[in-house]
Design a protein. Structure first.
Length: 403
């Protein structure tokens, strides 16, 4: 097991000691810059989609990509984030009053009327099961105060999740300037979403009935997501289509300890409505057949398992000569999906020293875990205590103690 004790850099042939560098120089690629485990140039799944991504939903690792980082229109798969924002920021028992703006939205519609009132929770089933555009705007105006404000909330939430190449301008996915995502980002958003039990309950519902608050009208909405019945362990999630985006779909499966999320964007245009199902099935079958569940530790190379992590760092111009360091290896027992032959290696990037004064918790390096030479995760190494700079009173005390 990886040890945590004081060692010298010469004892670490596979550890890169990088000197007293700045925080900026310690920066390594973020997850979005990391290549997929395999791309379409290596194994051609013969997808119809212009852009696609298969992700290990447990940790956000891209297992397969076809132009997965290309910014694309995403149609009603947008509503995944619409639902997420509502679940996290709104009271589902709220009563929503329909505005004229919501009522006039184009198809697909629930055909709600101006002035009607609905329980917010009920509208979420209309949003996700039948993808109603008027419902999406009514929800956005109620929760965000305006469509624009709600879309800003959606974009902010995307960035919080790590989807940094996503921008929302509509809550329903209708085409608009500046409204885009990537297959990777959308997979990451969906991987986050399915960790919410209420999200999964809604997208997995077959039929839902509800009434307008004043009982003027009643509705029954039915789930249009065929994927729910196409594969064992299917979770959902959301279809989409516009003339610009083409057919789109985000799906998820959870079976045999494997949780996969796939996204296909631009998967054909009319009359090829079924392409998105064929593409999704190919992606899921590839993931289920090619990857097995391991802990990160199980696939560490022998050298990496013997790696010793420094537990102290030298201090210059300080009242103490070194400070203790801390880092975590707890996640090594977490499960992830790996292909046969994929190995995990470790490299430590650490400053040679720090210069006093410093506060507690200063980052001085990273433990970097690589899968097939591609960075998978960075774990920060930080100081446990603060340091004080040598000053005149300290020097005098040191001198006088020997008199």
């Amino acid at each position: 097991m990886i040890k945590e004790k004081m060692i010298e850099s010469k004892d670490l042939p596979w550890c890169q000691m990088i000197g007293n560098v700045t925080e900026e120089e310690l920066t390594l690629p973020e997850a979005e810059d990391i290549p997929p485990a395999i791309d379409d140039n290596s194994i051609n799944l013969q997808l119809n989609a212009l852009s696609a991504c298969l992700m290990d939903a447990s940790n956000g690792r891209v297992l397969y990509g076809k132009d997965a980082y290309k910014e694309m229109s995403m149609a009603s798969t947008t509503k995944i984030m619409t639902l997420l924002v509502v679940l996290e920021y709104a009271n589902l028992d709220d009563v929503v009053t329909v505005s004229s703006n919501a009522a006039k939205q184009p198809d697909v519609q629930l055909n709600i009327n101006t002035g009607e009132q609905y329980v917010l929770r009920d509208l979420l089933y209309s949003l996700m099961l039948e993808s109603h555009n008027d419902t999406a705007v009514a929800i956005a105006e109620h929760v965000g105060g305006s469509v624009e404000s709600f879309c800003n909330m959606m974009t902010e939430k995307a960035k919080e999740i790590g989807a940094n190449h996503t921008s929302f301008k509509t809550p329903n996915g209708l085409d608009a300037d500046g409204h885009y995502t990537t297959a990777r980002d959308l997979s990451l958003i969906a991987s986050y979403a399915i960790k919410n039990p209420e999200f999964c309950e809604i997208v997995g519902t077959s039929t839902y009935q509800f009434n307008e608050v004043n009982h003027k009208r009643s509705f029954s909405v039915n789930n249009r997501n065929r994927f729910l019945y196409m594969m064992k362990g299917a979770i959902g999630i959301k279809t989409g289509f516009t003339g610009k985006a083409g057919y789109c779909f985000v799906g998820a499966v959870d079976i045999d300890g494997k949780t996969l999320v796939s996204t296909v964007l631009g998967s054909g245009w009319p009359p090829h409505k079924s392409y998105k199902w064929a593409d999704t099935t190919k992606l899921m079958e590839y993931g289920l057949n090619s990857f097995e569940v391991y802990s990160l530790y199980e696939r560490l190379t022998p050298d990496s398992k013997q790696l010793t992590i420094p537990d102290k760092i030298s201090v210059r111009n300080g009242k103490i000569t070194s400070v203790n360091l801390q880092s975590s290896t707890d996640f090594l027992t977490e499960k992830l999906l790996l292909r046969e032959g994929e190995e995990v290696t470790v490299k430590v990037n650490l400053r040679d020293y720090i210069t006093a004064p410093t506060v507690e918790g200063v980052k001085v390096g990273d433990i970097c875990y690589y899968i097939n030479q591609n960075l998978f995760r960075k774990v920060p190494i930080t100081t446990v205590e603060a340091t004080e700079k040598i000053d005149l009173p300290y020097l005098l005390r040191e001198i006088f103690q020997f008199w």
